[in-house]
Structure formats: C-alpha cells, structure tokens
Design a protein around this ligand. Structure first.
Ligand code: ATP
Ligand code: MG
Length: 208
C-alpha cells in the first residue's frame, strides 16, 4: 500500500442500513487487500464520543440549532484530527458511518441553518478533510426499519417528526446534485448483499 488511504463516508436518513453496510463494505474491501479503519459519527475518538452523549440524549430542545451544529463540528474536528487524518496519512482507508454531509442535511437543510452556513462551520473544523467518496443510502421505508429495530426508543435527533426527516432526505439529494463527483445516491432497497454490490460499483474508480 502506497500513498494516502481513501476516505469513504456512508450517509442517509434513519434506518436506511448505514451501519449494516459499513460492516459489509469493510469486509468486501479488506477481501481486496485494503487496510481499513471503520469509524462513526458523532464519535470516533475519545473526545467526540463524549460529545456524542451530549448530542443524542435529553430533550429535543436541549440545544439550539446553532449550538447543535457547533457541537457536531467540534466532535468532527477531534475525530478528524485524532482518528481519520492519521489513518489516511499512514495509507489506511477510512470508512465512516455518517460524516460532514449529515450535518449539512440534518442541521443545514432540515433545521434551516442553511447548507452553505453549516458547510462553512465544518470547513473550519476539518479543513480539506472531506471524503473522497460519499455514498448516500436512499430508502423510503428507512424510518419504519429504524422504529422496528428501536421499539420506538429513538435518540434525540432520530425522534424528530416525519416532516423533519423528509427535509433531511431532500437536503441529501440537493448535496448530491451539487457535488456529483464526490456524493452518490445509492438505492438501499433489496437484500444487504445487493446493496453492498451497488456501493462497490460506486467505488470502482478508487479501488487499487
Ligand atoms: N437490506 C436490508 N434489508 C432488510 N433489513 C435491513 C437491510 N439492511 C439493514 N436492515 C435492518 O434495518 C435496520 C436498520 O439498519 P441499520 O441499523 O444498519 O441502519 P442505519 O442507517 O445505521 O440506522 P441509524 O440511522 O439509526 O443509525 C436494522 O434492523 C437492520 O438489521
Ligand atoms: Mg446506524
């Protein structure tokens, strides 16, 4: 392995299969001889996991929209510096369960802060460390899958009303339209294996 590792993020709304596919895609990439670190957001470093707790527990009104966006960005700065950058500089690939585009969609698009404003805050947090490829899983019934998995016991952000989650989906589509080179929408219906194959197709040009 020579040079920098690739940085891949998996995105999408609640319950679309991100965590399932991070595991499956990691296994598929390792099988191709790629050294890879799996990580997630919010979290992925000691400090960021502490901030995760603040973000995902308590009442919806615990944080203002701006405070929420800044806490996500603070967690991301730590995660980028402590976990992601060292790995890719060592030539290891990084596969991340949610990253900057979740902030653009959930806080920028769906909380009305504006995608461009939240992008600016995150640029301060992570500099140029945007993913080489972002795969957005798209599935209409993701919310129902998440509810079945959680028995209605969703986290602070997952529990927001359906209209909020529709704005999240719309924002992901807008981001993908703005950055077609980096961000790809992938159909998340069908079996987990079928979805993994679609994800691999969208990484074809990055594979060694
Ligand atoms: N292709 C699939 N077909 C059927 N069920 C699936 C599929 N992929 C994942 N699931 C199931 O759907 C539920 C949600 O999947 P998963 O937890 O991977 O989604 P997620 O996007 O990580 O959710 P969250 O946004 O809450 O983190 C889980 O119970 C999982 O086992
Ligand atoms: Mg998950």
């Amino acid at each position: 392995m020579s040079g920098r590792g690739k940085f891949i993020s998996l995105e999408g709304g609640e319950g679309v299969g991100k965590s399932t596919q991070v595991k499956a895609l990691a296994a598929a990439l390792r099988q191709r001889g790629i050294a890879l670190v799996e990580t997630r957001e919010p979290g992925g470093s000691d400090g960021a996991e502490k901030i995760r707790e603040l973000l995902l527990t308590g009442d919806d009104g615990r944080w203002s929209a701006r405070a929420e966006a800044l806490l996500f960005a603070a967690a991301r700065a730590d995660h980028a510096e402590k976990t992601i950058r060292p790995a890719i500089e060592a030539g290891t690939w990084v596969l991340c369960d949610r990253f900057v585009d979740s902030s653009l969609a959930y806080q920028g698009g769906a909380l009305d802060l504006g995608i461009a404003e939240v992008r600016a805050v995150n640029q301060f947090a992570i500099g140029e460390l945007f993913p080489d490829r972002t795969l957005v899983l798209a599935l209409a019934e993701g919310g129902a899958r998440a509810r079945a998995r959680d028995n209605e016991d969703s986290d602070r952000i997952g529990g927001r009303p359906a209209g909020y989650h529709q704005r999240v989906d719309l924002a992901f589509r807008q981001i993908a339209a703005e950055e077609p080179g980096r961000v790809r929408i992938v159909d998340a219906s069908g079996s987990p294996d079928e979805v993994t194959r679609r994800l691999l197709d969208q990484l074809e040009d990055l594979l060694p």
